[in-house]
Design a protein around this ligand. Structure first.
Ligand code: NDP
Length: 327
């Protein structure tokens, strides 16, 4: 039998954690042949709630569940981690300045980066979900000098999936008919959902939808979907966020399908003018457990302006994090 994969999940007692853990252990993330050993990290006051979730996980009698350990110490939680899902973060509260938000999260992601550096498995793959996700991933990576930088990623797959759903609905097609959609930049309101390269059953998407719909409906709907869900549901989009985290890691491990790409925020190598070292969303393929940025795409002027706007926000966040002494 295959040795269990060690999966560390932070913020395990939160809403996304509750939607995520059951699917990880069902086999949806790493496949049905890989047993899972969970290591859950929570703040001390939420450890009891995490224990409750662990009781429910036991009660599912998942054949793949090899064990669950719960920690309030990052060093212990990341010990031996093959996959690390960094979900817990400090949310922005009303009236909070960006500097305060970045400082609060620096206090979480610096020690977690250090803990990953100290004790995670050599093949560790890190996905940051907790916001501001791109910059939190940047902070963690900076504090893990012995871990290859390309192992630190942030999630834009939910934005990608939202864009697929919106385009499918508009064109009366199925999400599976769509190829080559891209989310660029920051996982924030400045992100750029780009359908200039997308096809629907092989037909260019731009020939199927009008430019006004793209500008006035598609882009804002994708970028503001989270707020619309809070408005409708009364709480945030936890299950779809968890699903996207599963998709991200599944693609990373199993690869993208032939003739398509997806979106993920990965450390920039300078492609498409995105400053090297920023954690920014790109069109990516995965193969053999590694992401590659799709090269050579033509970027029209309108796309360039939107990508630049989102990337400047990432530059500002990076500069703020350095000015605050968080890295
Ligand atoms: P959620 O589980 O709903 O969200 C967790 C994080 O994911 C937030 O930063 C949230 O950002 C982010 N997120 C990313 N995408 C989405 C999306 N589409 N929809 C909603 N959220 C998204 O938060 P809870 O408050 O329920 O749970 C957080 C848990 O983390 C708590 O149990 C807390 O104790 C724990 N925590 C653990 C830490 C640790 O282990 N060291 C540190 C800090 C917190 P946003 O706020 O912008 O929505």
């Amino acid at each position: 039998a295959q040795a269990p994969a060690v999966v560390t999940v932070t913020g395990a007692a939160g809403q996304i954690g509750y939607a995520l853990l059951f699917r990880i252990v069902s086999g949806a993330m790493l496949g049905h042949g890989t047993p899972i050993r969970l290591r859950l990290l929570e703040v001390p006051q939420a450890v009891k709630a995490a224990e409750g979730t662990a009781m429910e996980l036991d009660d599912c009698a998942f054949p793949l569940l090899a064990g669950i350990d719960i920690f309030d110490d990052a060093r212990a939680a990341f010990e031996g981690a093959n996959v690390a899902l960094l979900v817990g973060a400090r949310p922005r509260s009303a009236g909070m300045e960006r500097g305060d938000l970045l400082s609060a999260n620096g206090g979480i992601f610096k020690p977690q980066g250090e803990a990953i550096n100290a004790g995670a498995a050599d093949d560790v793959k890190v996905l940051v979900v907790g916001n501001p996700a791109n910059t939190n991933a940047y902070i963690a990576a900076q504090h893990a000098p012995d871990v290859p930088r390309e192992r630190f990623t942030a999630m834009t797959r939910l934005d990608h999936n939202r864009a697929l759903a919106q385009l499918a609905a508009r064109t009366g097609s199925h999400v599976d008919d769509i190829r080559h959609l891209t989310i660029w930049g920051n996982h924030s309101a400045t992100q750029y959902p780009d359908l200039t390269h997308a096809t629907v059953r092989g037909v260019p998407a731009t020939s199927l939808v009008d430019p006004a719909w793209v500008q006035d409906t598609f882009i804002p709907t994708v970028a503001r979907r989270g707020a619309a869900i809070i408005e409708a549901r009364g709480s945030s989009s936890a299950a779809s966020a968890a699903n996207a985290a599963i998709d991200h890691v599944h693609t990373w491990v199993k690869g993208t399908r032939d003739g398509d790409w997806t979106s993920a925020a990965i450390v920039s190598d300078g492609s498409y003018g995105v400053p090297e070292g920023l954690v920014s969303s790109f069109p990516v393929t995965a193969s053999g457990g590694e992401w590659s940025i799709v090269q050579g795409l033509e970027i029209d002027a309108a796309s360039r302006a939107r990508i630049d706007a989102s990337v400047s926000e990432l530059v500002e966040e990076r500069d703020a994090v350095h000015a605050l002494g968080l890295v």
